[in-house]
Design a protein around this ligand. Structure first.
Ligand SMILES: Nc1ncnc2c1ncn2[C@@H]1O[C@H](COP(=O)(O)OP(=O)(O)OP(=O)(O)O)[C@@H](O)[C@H]1O
Length: 206
């Protein structure tokens, strides 16, 4: 999967957050979007995942030999981000069932394997509203990692995770990011140290 940005800019009201971004995210590469708080990392990720339209420029998606309509791109990606909520009234079982109505499981994965990855097999009927913030973050990550999509987008992936949770995240990266384009928005080195390709959004401040 390739994503090509040509002269991309995004503004809110009169303020340009970034401008003139020319960049290609290629193949199954690992990419980090870097920059200090408020620099526009999440805004760029939202442009990349089709939830925000760019204010300038064009974005194109190519999967193999065919191009994908930006309106359809959500079907091709898995996203874990602080602004993407889990459904509090669902149990863990219901949340997994719901998520995988829209996305296929990665080969070898199923509902039980996802609960196993979370180490929450005994809590399958527990309502998500009773999960701790770290458990909710693990759930968001596991749902994204275990879905069979050609793109994985992660915004602040280890927020609310303890040291053990960070190791758990890194083990999932090793297991589930190899064969897909992976983009991580972060300002914490341990979250993106595996990414050889780095885009600093501050370089495009208008
Ligand atoms: N819907 C919006 N309306 C107006 N301004 C917005 C909106 N969303 C984001 N912004 C502004 O855009 C700028 C970039 O925000 P963004 O969340 O993309 O930064 P970030 O680099 O991801 O920050 P952080 O590291 O704190 O998560 C900020 O100044 C923010 O206030």
């Amino acid at each position: 999967m390739n994503i090509t940005l040509q002269n991309i800019g995004r503004r809110f009201n009169r303020e340009w957050i970034f401008r003139g971004v020319n960049y290609t995210f290629e193949g199954n590469g690992n990419y980090a979007v870097l920059g200090p708080n408020g620099s526009g990392k999440s805004t760029l990720l939202q442009v990349l995942n089709g939830s925000l339209v760019p204010s300038a420029g064009t974005i194109s998606y190519i999967d193999g030999s065919h191009s994908i309509d930006p309106g359809e791109i959500f079907n091709y990606l898995s996203l874990a981000a602080p602004y993407l909520e889990v459904i509090e009234e669902f149990s863990l079982n219901e949340m997994i069932d719901f998520h995988f109505k829209f996305k296929a499981f990665k080969p070898g994965m199923d509902k039980i394997a996802v609960a196993d990855i979370l180490n929450l097999d005994g809590s399958r009927n527990k309502l998500i509203k009773y999960f701790s913030s770290g458990m909710k973050q693990r759930l968001k990550l596991a749902l994204a990692f275990c879905a069979d999509t050609p793109m994985l987008m992660l915004d602040e992936p280890t927020s609310n995770l303890d040291t053990q949770g960070i190791d758990w995240y890194l083990s999932l990266i090793e297991k589930f990011s190899e064969d897909r384009l992976t983009i991580v928005c972060s300002n914490q080195e341990h979250e993106y140290s595996f990414c050889p390709n780095r885009l600093n959004i501050s370089d495009y401040k208008a």
